[in-house]
Design a protein. Structure first.
Length: 348
């Protein structure tokens, strides 16, 4: 019999939460990919940046359309009307380019690419403005200065934002580009927040559906693990195997079938067998509470449970691994190299 039954029950529950969190995450990622949430949110964010307002403007949409047509950005988009598993068919000369309708936008744009594309649009606009003025000497795009590129952007809000960064950089091109890239990255952090909030809702919905269909009752499973030494030992061994360094990626379907605990309804023969339907007021309340606890746990996500599971398994084992000869212990299983520490002051 184990000397750590309570800890092993916690490990078992954490492992079960981890397995079914993987299922919920897979469902959520599939939905997000099918609905192209990342690409759509990026498109909205770009228009919002160019609008320079809490509301998207016509000027912002116009500049965004030029931005998506830029060669640097076009290269990030999926070729329209082409099957990615086949070689593109030969195109006759003078073929009309595909329209923007239904084009697959990229899910991500690097900050450096964003800044380069916007500044190049300004450079081209400057050259076109000089040409339209009837000047005899039209400058080359490569000769347009950074300040001219910014001033030629045909969007007041975007131009003013870039000029603010330009003045803050004292006109230094390298410092300006770094500030502009950081500004774009900050905007993308906001987009990440949009995406995470939307994904969290879908993850919660997936957790509710999985828990109800599979009848994953935390209280019932905990009781089984507490009473059944063999089941507890089996699931702890599975948890230890999944957290070993270099272990193969856990397959949630196979791992769920191998769980030595009861879950599922009478219609499903999973685990050690389906659980009975509650038939008393107390058992109904217990069932509802057990399902709610599981649902709340699954919404925390697979990474959370994997990290927590790894710590529990480490505590149950022989303790934290010994530090390297040049490492300094900081906590349970955490260390950093002595070279990472600040050098000690010379003695007086």
């Amino acid at each position: 019999m184990s000397n750590f039954p309570a800890l092993e029950v916690v490990i078992g529950l954490s492992f079960i939460y981890f397995i079914f969190s993987l299922v919920c995450s897979a469902i959520t990622e599939w939905i997000a990919t099918k609905l192209e949430w990342r690409a759509r949110m990026l498109e909205v964010a770009v228009e919002n940046i160019f609008s320079g307002s809490y509301a998207i403007t016509a000027a912002g949409q116009a500049l965004a359309a030029e931005f998506w047509n830029h060669p640097l950005i076009q290269a990030l988009q999926r070729p329209k009307r082409e099957k990615l598993t086949r070689r593109p068919s030969p195109k006759p000369p003078n073929t009309e380019p595909a329209t923007q309708g239904g084009v697959k936008r990229p899910s991500y744009v690097a900050s450096r690419t964003f800044v380069l594309a916007v500044l190049d649009l300004g450079a081209q606009a400057h050259v076109e403005a000089v040409r339209s003025s009837g000047a005899k000497l039209v400058p080359a795009v490569a000769s347009v200065t950074l300040e001219q590129q910014i001033n030629a952007i045909g969007n007041d809000e975007m131009r003013n934002a870039l000029l603010t960064l330009y003045r803050d950089a004292n006109g230094k091109a390298h410092q300006f580009r770094r500030s502009a890239e950081q500004w774009f990255d900050d905007s993308m952090e906001r987009v990440s927040g949009w995406y995470k909030r939307r994904v969290q809702l879908i993850l919660a919905a997936a957790a509710i559906i999985i828990v109800l269909i599979m009848n994953i009752d935390t209280l019932q499973i905990a009781q089984t693990l507490w009473r059944d030494d063999a089941a507890r030992a089996t699931i702890v061994a599975q948890a230890e195997q999944s957290t070993k360094p270099g272990a193969s990626e856990t397959q949630p379907a196979n791992a769920a079938k191998a769980l030595p605990v009861p879950f599922g309804w009478k219609l499903f023969q999973t685990g050690t067998g389906p659980q009975e339907f509650p038939d008393t007021a107390g058992s109904i309340l217990s069932k509802i509470l057990g399902l709610l606890i599981t649902t709340a746990a699954l919404t925390l996500g697979a990474p959370f449970w994997f990290d927590l599971l790894s710590k529990f398994v480490r505590v149950r084992g022989t303790g934290a691994p010994p530090p390297a000869t040049d490492a300094v212990r900081q906590g349970e299983g955490e260390e950093r190299r002595a070279g990472d520490l600040a050098p000690a002051a010379d003695p007086p």
